[in-house]
Design a protein around this ligand. Structure first.
Ligand code: M6R
Length: 607
């Protein structure tokens, strides 16, 4: 879960390396480093902390070389200390490597190298790589052969970039299960863990496939199959990248900016797709597979984290509106499960980043199965967007805060559009289409009243635990609300279906264990109110999200958050906002690092 960059060209490498690492900080932000060829040697600068610190450190003694590599780390092997920060080098400092992924057989390789007299300075798995390359170089005196031979030994997952004093004009890259892109611009080649850092310089990109390596220099790039050593011809593709909006536009952080962008996100996801006059949903991304879709009688949704919770909302929507049986699975489980899938099943992956390792592995598992794969992805050109047979982009724009907010809202919007698109006889089809059209204005009303939610969040921010409950469409909201609170405030929170309370969680309740209850209008809301009553009886405090201030839920609750009333199928879109704002303000009150919470990264690119 690290970001890697590389540069070879006629400019000073560090400018691209540092800018690129900043773009990739969503992949990890424990520590960062760059290394460039400076004359006959390679010099590295590494820091514990953010790219901002690296810039300061580098500024003390600027790098001037025009071939280099860089890395922003999310620690897997070895603590967050400078010696474990990348780039890593062999014991003679001739080969420098940055790595994203995990070398699973590093201990075996390390023992072998130790027996050959090699020494190590870090606790990382990565450090074996430059030493193994050095070992093979000592046998062959050829960098390409040595790089290739080392790669053949590595097991696990990697995107690797290497520079060496033995071939100072070249940059070596390789990929296995971790994405790697090469940007081809005038007089320079740029490497990135994805196309985002490259986009500032060029949109002509080549993606390496698993089991491939490439040698880059001023003459161009040469791709080779690691195993067969055969050369592979691959032209660049033109990638549409939504320019990252670097500015906070007056917001304190990206999370609050992105929550406030939620209404615009819904508009953008519906743009050109929701045809209110024609009472039609047009999804260009599914046109190619329209025929196949007619034969689909089951959908398995596969995703992680917040995208998984959006999938759970999607399950209710697709089943109710389109009448298609749906099952939602966490990608980390799906990938290792032995499950018979019929050819009339479609697998639908959901991902903001399009780079989540488990979700990618889940799709890979289906290679050659003939199963139709679909995607709801936000990042255009990302690995998942490229791997699926067809899909619908979220168009939420770049999401920078680790806590996913506007992406959730856009994913649910897309699910709603797909459900309507696939529905044939849904009784409320027209009603939902009309309501969707005006929904963004209603969402804006919730955001305007955020001061009330702020007061509540501050009031409850010293709680050590929190329970979130909801039923039907609000059940995934309870799970998502709890995830958001724990993720950014570090308050322990659990989400449950309200009907499950008596099956265990009720035992937790006392005056110090408050509950965030979704009690929005529906034919089963009275059931949730009964669960709230049971909590009150046991001394538990309740914050209820309601859409009727005169409701029994509002009367029963210690505090309530009022949101506009909409059809139940649209409640997740508007109902997510109070949970996002509540978590945000609680975390803010506790002085947390809102956009970059501890131990996490924006994109989970290792399993
Ligand atoms: O990029 P993805 O949507 O595939 O990411 C999935 C999860 O890692 C992500 O939603 C994570 O749970 C968020 N940090 C939650 O806010």
């Amino acid at each position: 879960m690290c970001g890697i960059v590389g540069y070879v060209g006629n400019k000073i490498a560090k400018d691209y390396l540092l800018d690129g690492l900043e773009t990739l900080e969503y992949r990890g932000y424990d520590s960062a480093g760059i290394a460039t060829l400076e004359g006959d040697t390679i010099r590295a600068t590494k820091v514990v902390g953010r790219v901002e610190q690296l810039r300061k450190e580098e500024g003390q003694n600027p790098h001037v070389g025009s071939v280099g590599i860089g890395h922003t780390r999310w620690a897997t092997h070895g603590g967050v200390v400078t010696k474990n920060a990348h780039p890593h080098h062999d014991m003679n400092e001739e080969f420098f490597v940055v790595h994203n992924g995990i070398i699973e057989n590093y201990e075996e390789i390390k023992s072998f190298l130790l027996s050959k007299g090699y020494s190590f300075y870090s606790d990382t798995d990565t450090e074996v790589v430059p030493n193994l390359i050095a070992y093979h170089y000592s046998k062959t005196n050829n960098v390409t052969t040595a790089f290739q031979a080392a790669l053949e030994t590595l097991r696990g997952a990697y995107a690797l970039t290497m520079i060496t004093t033995h071939e100072p004009e070249s940059l070596y890259v390789a990929k296995l299960s971790s994405p790697l892109a090469i940007g081809v611009a005038d007089d320079e080649l740029l490497v990135g863990s994805d196309a985002l850092p490259i986009a500032s310089r060029t949109q002509d990109v080549v993606f390496l496939e698993d089991g491939e390596m490439a040698v880059l220099n001023q003459e161009g790039y040469k791709i080779l199959d690691i195993e067969t050593k055969k050369s592979i011809e691959r032209a660049t593709e033109f990638i549409e990248i939504e320019e990252a909006d670097g500015g906070l536009r007056g917001f304190d952080d990206f999370m609050s900016k992105e929550i406030n962008e939620a209404p615009a996100t819904v508009r953008s996801a519906m743009l050109g797709r929701l045809r209110v006059e024609e009472k039609l949903i047009k999804l260009g991304g599914l046109e190619l597979v329209e025929e196949q879709l007619r034969y689909i009688d089951r959908i398995v949704v596969v995703a992680c984290g917040t995208s998984y919770y959006a999938g759970l909302v999607g399950e209710y929507l697709l089943e109710e509106i389109a009448g298609i049986p749906v099952e939602v699975q966490q990608a980390s489980e799906f990938r290792y499960r032995t499950e018979p899938l019929s050819r009339s099943t479609a697998v639908l992956v959901v991902s903001q980043s399009g780079e989540t390792a488990d979700t990618i592995a889940a799709l890979k598992k289906l290679d050659g199965s003939g199963i139709l794969t679909l995607g709801i992805v936000n990042a255009p050109g990302s690995t998942l967007a490229r791997m699926t047979d067809a899909g619908v982009y979220c168009h939420a724009g770049p999401e920078k805060a680790v806590a996913s907010t506007k992406a959730f809202v856009s994913q649910v919007t897309v699910f709603l559009l797909i459900a309507l698109h696939l529905s044939k006889t849904y009784k409320d089809y027209e009603k939902i289409i009309n309501e969707l059209d005006t929904l963004p204005q209603l969402m804006e009303e919730v955001l305007k009243n955020s001061t009330d939610i702020k007061k509540l969040a501050e009031k409850y921010s010293d709680s050590k635990d929190f329970l979130y409950i909801g039923r039907r469409y609000s059940f995934p909201l309870a799970l998502e609300g709890a995830l958001k609170l724990k993720e950014i405030s570090y308050i322990h929170a659990e989400g449950f279906a309200a009907g499950e309370m008596k099956h265990g969680p009720l035992a937790l309740i006392d005056e110090n264990f408050p509950t965030f209850a979704y009690a929005l209008s529906s034919d089963i809301n009275e059931k949730t109110i009964s669960n709230m009553q049971e909590i009150k009886t046991r001394g538990g405090k309740i914050i209820a999200v309601v859409d009727d201030k005169n409701s029994n839920a509002a009367k029963l609750a210690d505090d309530y958050i009022l949101i506009p009333k909409v059809s139940e199928q649209l409640q997740p879109l508007i109902g997510a906002l109070p949970a996002f704002l509540f978590a945000y303000y609680a975390a803010k009150k506790l002085g947390r690092d809102i956009d970059k919470p501890r131990n996490l990264a924006k994109s989970v690119t290792v399993e």
